[in-house]
Design a protein around this ligand. Structure first.
Ligand code: ADP
Ligand code: MG
Length: 323
């Protein structure tokens, strides 16, 4: 069982930022309104996520670390009507198998919490503890027992950049949640959590981006799009500022990124990429998010149609602005 978890960890937990993503998504799924992310040394030394969500019941704490233990789906049909970000029940088991974990959690029904410590997936301590409602999870010494994987980690700076990007994208995708991000004891970000996408963008990317946004909104029946795109004065040399969310889930889909770039194509200089913050809403029946454990990739039934709608929406919006 420990070995299987370690193998699965190879798929789910590629680097510190993948841990941060899975843990933040768990906090989001737990209906948190406030999530604090703290890292040290690019997450290699420490990752601490604190939320004010539902917490985990005392008798379910151990189960949360079992492979395929998920409280989020009850049957196969649920997979196609996902309302939660997690559903595989793989993340905690995988992360725990390759690190030292400390989890403290309390639900509102209990006046005490539980603290559990694991090392390499084995429980080494479990006790009752006084704590506030919600969950704190601390990951120390990631990959301490998989030296080959540890060796492939990048510099602390590079790993930090990847974590920052993850926190930014999840903050933008969840403007109702107040995010706080602390790197080596320095506060890097606090998002307002007021439910307003534009104010989240401003708090994360600053005034220049904020001042150059054009609102986008379209409803074609099978797809609804809303959000903002950058006007032609704030492009970038890469795709790092392209944010796309499908039914609230941050995705990296080739077809979607191509449609965005083709929408900007005739308008931006060559090799420049537009900035966008797009929420797409589609019927869950036409989406398959279950193709990869990290769930970043996504598949659509009607790819070409979706490609055309996004491309045209961006192109029309930009042309409308410059005419
Ligand atoms: P999944 O998210 O796919 O269900 P995980 O391994 O990420 O699987 O988490 C296992 C279970 O642990 C979740 O289904 C949930 O019940 C519980 N859990 C994990 N993190 C939290 C959290 N921050 N707050 C409340 N429950 C949590
Ligand atoms: Mg999860």
């Amino acid at each position: 069982e420990y070995t299987i978890n370690k193998i699965a960890a190879g798929e789910v937990v590629e680097r510190p930022s993948s841990v941060v993503k899975e843990l933040i998504e768990n906090s989001i799924d737990a209906h948190s309104s406030k999530i604090t992310v703290e890292i040290e040394d690019g997450g290699k030394k420490l990752i601490r996520i604190t939320d004010n969500g539902t917490g985990i019941k005392p008798d379910e704490v151990e189960k949360a670390f079992l492979r395929h233990a998920t409280s989020k789906i009850l049957n196969v049909e649920d997979l196609y009507n996902l309302n939660s970000l997690g559903f595989r029940g793989e993340a905690l088991a995988s992360i725990a198998s390759v690190s030292e974990v400390e989890l403290i959690t309390r639900t509102k029904e209990n006046d005490f919490g539980i603290k559990i410590c694991l090392s390499g997936g084995k429980i080494i301590k479990k006790e009752s503890i006084g704590t506030s409602i919600g969950t704190t999870i601390i990951i120390r010494n990631l990959f301490f027992n998989t030296p080959a994987r540890k060796k492939f980690l990048k510099s602390s700076n590079a790993e930090t950049l990847s974590i920052t990007d993850t926190v930014n994208k999840l903050s933008i995708g969840n403007p109702s949640i107040q995010f706080k991000y602390i790197n080596n004891n320095k506060v890097m970000l606090t998002s307002p959590g007021d439910g307003n996408l534009k104010s989240a963008i401003r708090s994360i990317y600053g005034k220049q981006v904020f001042d150059n946004l054009i609102q986008v909104s379209s409803d074609m029946g099978f797809i609804k799009i809303d959000g903002f795109i950058g006007n032609t004065s704030i492009y970038r040399g890469n795709r790092s500022m392209q944010h796309v969310y499908v039914n609230g889930r941050y995705v990296k889909s080739t077809i979607l990124l191509n449609s965005i770039n083709d929408g900007y194509k005739s308008i931006l200089p060559i090799n420049k990429y537009g900035i966008c913050f797009l929420n797409l809403y589609l019927n869950p029946d036409v989406i398959d998010v279950n193709i990869h454990p990290t769930k970043l990739e996504i598949k659509f039934e009607n790819e070409l149609q979706i490609y055309n709608v996004i491309k045209n929406t961006i192109n029309d919006t930009l042309l409308g602005q410059t005419l």
